[in-house]
Design a protein around this ligand. Structure first.
Ligand SMILES: C[C@H](O)[C@H](O)[C@H]1CNC2=NC(N)=NC(=O)C2=N1
Length: 92
């Protein structure tokens, strides 16, 4: 079981562009059109499978919202922070 992080720890560790929303961290990634967002979401899915840690991904025209929480722990853990940072790395 991963240990949940305190709000202070989350605030300190949140990668650029991410914010806390209750028991989740969230970032909306912006794109020029629909298909680049779909491609990005597919990349996030690959990162998720590799980490065995799965976000909620919402694809709309020009935007992809990624929400992360650790269901097994009932809150935000290092797993969420790590995957959020990896999402930033694949976002050009
Ligand atoms: C059964 C499976 O191992 C669990 O559901 C894994 C898979 N992906 C997961 N993803 C997320 N976001 N939180 C989890 O606790 C989690 N646990």
């Amino acid at each position: 079981m991963s240990d949940t992080l305190s709000d202070e720890e989350i605030d300190r560790q949140l990668p650029d562009g991410w914010e806390q929303d209750g028991e989740e961290i969230v970032r909306t990634f912006e794109f020029d059109s629909y298909l680049p967002g779909v491609g990005f979401a597919s990349g996030v899915a690959g990162l998720a499978e590799a980490a065995w840690h799965h976000p909620e991904i919402t694809i709309t025209w020009g935007e992809v919202e990624v929400r992360l929480t650790t269901h097994d722990a009932g809150g935000i853990t290092e797993k969420d922070i790590d995957l959020a940072a990896r999402c930033n790395e694949i976002y050009e």
